[in-house]
Design a protein around this ligand. Structure first.
Ligand SMILES: *[C@@H]1O[C@H](CO)[C@@H](O)[C@H](O)[C@H]1NC(C)=O
Ligand SMILES: *[C@@H]1O[C@H](CO)[C@@H](O)[C@H](O)[C@H]1NC(C)=O
Ligand SMILES: *[C@@H]1O[C@H](CO)[C@@H](O)[C@H](O)[C@H]1NC(C)=O
Ligand SMILES: *[C@@H]1O[C@H](CO)[C@@H](O)[C@H](O)[C@H]1NC(C)=O
Length: 428
């Protein structure tokens, strides 16, 4: 039957990519946001050791991902393999990888589907097989972040981009080792429409900038010039707006929209803003990849990224949140999101991107879809940043500070909570 179908649909039948990974958004740490090119053995190893000591592994942060700048600028002239920079890695990347594995983590690396990486080191375009083998056989990686710099004009249509990313996908599969494959293609060429057929996650925008809402006309980038510029361009709320309508493209059976690594701990936002950033990334099922210096992390920041109940929503076997509405307030908007969880309960998030406190009343009609409204008189709401639990009837009166979020888990009877079969999404 399957053969027959393949025959009938021919090339248009795309089989879903399955390397056994990516059933949940990945969690871990990536060196780029904080260290950029200033990495070496000490930085990566001390991070892994500190994450172990802090118990971050137990919270789910399992991938230690070393980003750009680990190689020499030239490939080996005979084998054409990438060569590790021995000054940065005196004991070698393989030894670093083994040490990370001994600590109980998984090890990730980086390359670009271009002639060079973004920082000008050798890229893997046309070297996919040889590089996949080096990554897996020499450096024993479990994860590859695959960038888009210096792609030599091999972009502009979904098909052209797809081919570049598919080549590495196949090369990784051929090594026989399961490698989490994370596309960093900046949301170009509708990657959300084809990412799930070659990879486990896909970036949907340019790099994050550690700001709540700084305006930058390079996000989205419309010209080749701004693509070549290093560094982040997209503020947290800018990425949020791009992510909301794309929620419908992600899920346990396809893969994940990557909203980029977290900025929590890097200093560009207030504690309330970082709580909002973390909550929004979690409910939209973005990978939760720390991007700070974990060896020098405040208690507040640690508490943000280790909120177990919010992590559980991110890791729940269900789809990204959908936005019920967005209403203008002074300096921004009030946003209401709902997550329908696997067990039939749900989470409700209210986010105030405006600059003034908002007192608001949420009607149950806003929260539940219509057929649930009369089904029960009151529900227990637990706010997940304060743990306050209240029994609420018909409507919830609340107050949300400027640039802040509240998120409630609703403990409603499962037969009542689980009636929705379709949800509304923002238009793409
Ligand atoms: C490793 O990198 C860190 C951060 O850039 C730097 O402070 C340190 O001196 C470097 N260590 C070595 C051995 O190069
Ligand atoms: C909720 O509904 C979904 C979809 O119909 C179903 O897969 C799931 O098992 C239900 N959960 C409960 C607790 O009834
Ligand atoms: C609070 O938000 C609502 C939108 O839900 C708006 O109508 C109202 O004016 C806002 N109140 C204040 C004090 O900003
Ligand atoms: C909320 O409850 C959880 C689980 O009991 C606990 O780990 C956490 O520290 C509590 N948070 C606050 C802010 O009280």
């Amino acid at each position: 039957m399957r053969i027959l179908l393949l025959f009938i649909f021919g090339f248009s039948l795309t089989l879903a990519f399955d390397n056994g990974l990516g059933k949940k958004p990945q969690m871990g740490w990536n060196s780029w946001n904080k260290f950029a090119c200033n990495i070496n053995e000490t930085v990566i190893l001390q991070t892994a050791e500190k994450m172990k000591e802090l118990g971050l592994l137990e919270y789910g942060y399992e991938y230690i991902v070393m980003d750009d700048c680990y190689a020499l600028k030239e490939r080996d002239p005979i084998s054409h393999k990438m060569v590790e920079d021995a000054a940065k890695f005196p004991n070698g990347i393989r030894s670093l990888s083994r040490r990370i594995h001994e600590l109980g983590f998984k090890f990730g690396m980086y390359s670009s589907a271009g002639k060079y990486t973004c920082a000008g080191y050798p890229g893997s375009l046309h070297y996919e097989k040889i590089d996949a083998e080096t990554f897996v056989n020499d450096w024993e990686i479990d994860y590859l972040k695959y960038d888009n710099c210096f792609n030599e004009g091999n972009s502009g249509t979904p098909q052209i981009s797809y081919q570049r990313y598919e080549a590495m996908s196949k090369a990784l599969l051929q090594t026989g080792r399961p490698v989490f494959y994370s596309l960093c293609q900046w949301g170009e060429d509708q990657v959300w429409d084809w990412g799930s057929t070659v990879a486990n996650s896909w970036r949907i925008t340019g790099d994050i900038y550690d700001s709540f809402d700084r305006y930058d006309d390079r996000c989205p980038c419309q010209t080749y010039d701004c693509r070549a510029v290093q560094g982040g361009m997209c503020s947290m709320t800018n990425i949020l707006e791009k992510a909301v309508p794309l929620g419908q493209k992600a899920g346990p059976f396809s893969g994940w929209n990557d909203l980029d690594s977290l900025e929590v701990g890097n200093g560009g936002m207030s504690t309330d803003e970082y709580k909002a950033h973390f909550t929004l990334w979690a409910i939209l099922k973005s990978p939760l990849v720390l991007g700070n210096d974990v060896t020098d992390m405040s208690k507040e920041d640690f508490n943000i990224v280790t909120n177990k109940a919010i992590i559980a929503i991110n890791q729940d076997d269900s789809n990204p949140a959908y936005r019920v509405w967005k209403k203008p307030v002074s300096g921004g908007h009030l946003h209401l999101f709902t997550n329908i969880l696997k067990d039939g309960t749900f989470a409700v998030t209210l986010f105030n991107s405006g600059n003034k406190v908002n007192n608001t009343v949420l009607n149950f009609e806003d929260i539940f879809l219509t057929d649930r409204v009369n089904a029960a008189k009151s529900f227990e709401f637990t706010e997940l940043w304060t743990n306050e639990t209240t029994l609420v009837s018909k409507e919830l009166s609340t107050s949300i500070d400027a640039h802040s979020v509240k998120i409630w888990w609703l403990n409603c009877p499962k037969d009542i909570c689980n009636k929705t079969t379709s949800v509304m999404h923002d238009e793409l």
